[in-house]
Design a protein around this ligand. Structure first.
Ligand SMILES: [Zn+2]
Length: 431
């Protein structure tokens, strides 16, 4: 037998290939999770690559079963398919749970997103015992090693800074907890809340910890945005604005952030879950040049940048981007402090100059080209508005802009907050 054949048949080599195939499938699947995090359907090509890699991994393992002395045996194929499906379901749940309408079981799994992967340790051990073959052992060992590393990296994160809750934060927390904050905190696993004789404190997130789980706290439980996250959102808004200023790109505060600045005297909406800024592309400031500069600068300055060209959207998040191969593991995180940067362009629509975007937003009317936009003079030339203690560019006529976007913008509407939680907090917001 020549050396190549003996290498191909050696157990460690087969285990290694099994591990590598699993890691490739895992990385490709993680990349796919950015879509549900942004409430977008995954692209066909990325889905195809992930499914093919999963099929190749399972096929590689089951071929080894067929060749073995036992003869054709599809039980290992069935076992491994089931194992990967369940594990990937667990891994995907925090991303799927970004959508406020997700199911209960998804929310449950997302709550345990850090440790739930380790629940697969027992099936992995049973599988390894039932199928004593190097290839399947390689796949299972890689899967469990990844889950262990994910778990321990979260156990050993940075020390958190303690924040005091503002009066309104406590008022809302009390309303949602029906007066019993400790029980409420235990029930929903709000690990950031700390109780002492001095009162309630919030152990805040930072760049070296996972961000607070936003969609749970603000959208599902109806709490105020955490004090740490408010601080980071301000940092993000002014960081992105200064990058755009350096590039001489017209940009303005938009959506809920503009609403907070106008209606809440320069503050964030109390239940804000992201920052919205829009920018204008033209012949000089093109989409690709802006996306490139922001991606490069974000990487250098410690912000995670994700570009969705078809949506005209650049997502910029506060968490520090990790190097390859851990880069996409952030898609498993429950929370995200992020800024949505949306591109507008000038166009002629029914005889009027407008600025338009390709995705729907609030009540923005449809333009002649089928995009969504409003009269140019409502937005340009931009003005400035007080926002979180500084001045930031805003539309030329902010009130009219908000009217076009939300019609009656003075009435409080909890757009992404669950209706039950929204009604519980309403008295605290209106008095
Ligand atoms: Zn936070």
């Amino acid at each position: 037998m020549n050396t190549f054949n003996s290498l191909m048949l050696s157990q460690p080599f087969n285990a290694l290939i099994g591990s590598l195939l699993y890691l490739l499938t895992y990385a490709s699947f993680l990349n796919l999770l950015k879509y549900p995090r942004n409430w977008i359907l995954p692209s066909a090509s990325s889905t195809f690559v992930t499914v093919m890699l999963a099929i190749i991994t399972v096929a590689f393992v089951s071929i080894s079963s067929i060749k073995s002395s036992v003869g054709p045996d599809f039980s290992s194929m069935l076992f491994l398919s089931g194992f990967i499906l369940v594990l990937f379901g667990i891994i995907a749940s925090p991303a799927i749970d970004f959508n406020p309408g997700s199911r209960r079981v998804v929310e449950f799994l997302a709550n345990y997103g850090v440790s739930a992967g380790l629940w697969m340790l027992l099936p992995a051990v049973i599988g390894a015992y039932a199928f004593p073959e190097a290839r399947i052992h390689g796949v299972l060992a890689a899967a469990i090693a990844v889950e262990l590393s994910w778990y321990f990296r979260h156990r050993w994160t940075d020390k958190r800074r303690s924040y005091s809750l503002e009066k309104h934060d406590t008022l809302v927390l009390n309303a949602q907890a029906k007066g019993n904050i400790q029980t409420f905190s235990k029930l929903h696993g709000i690990s950031e809340l700390a109780f002492s004789a001095d009162g309630i404190q919030w152990n805040g997130c930072n760049k070296n910890t996972p961000p607070c789980p936003f969609n749970l706290y603000t959208n599902k439980l109806g709490l105020n945005t955490a004090p740490c996250c408010r601080e980071h959102m301000k940092d993000l808004a002014y960081y992105v604005s200064s990058c755009l200023k350096d590039m001489k790109v017209d940009h303005w505060l938009e959506g809920g952030s503009l609403l907070g600045a106008v209606r809440d005297n320069g503050n964030l909406l109390a239940w804000e879950d992201d920052v919205d800024i829009s920018f204008l592309i033209d012949d000089k400031s093109t989409w690709s040049s802006i996306a490139k500069v922001l991606s490069d600068r974000g990487k250098k300055d410690g912000y995670y940048v994700d570009v969705f060209e078809k949506k005209g959207l650049i997502g910029i998040s506060y968490d520090r981007p990790l190097g390859w191969p851990l880069r996409w593991e952030r898609n498993r995180m429950r929370g995200e402090i992020r800024l949505d940067l949306v591109a507008y362009r000038r166009a002629l629509s029914f005889g009027q100059t407008v600025v338009e975007r390709c995705t729907k937003k609030g009540a923005l009317p449809i333009t002649e080209s089928g995009w969504y936009g409003l009269a140019e003079e409502i937005v340009l030339p931009t003005s400035t508005i007080r926002f979180l203690g500084n001045d930031i560019p805003c539309p030329n006529q902010p009130q009219l802009h908000l009217k076009t976007l939300y019609r009656d913008y003075q009435t409080i509407e909890y757009m992404y907050v669950s209706s039950e939680a929204a009604e519980k907090r309403r008295p605290a917001d209106t008095n």
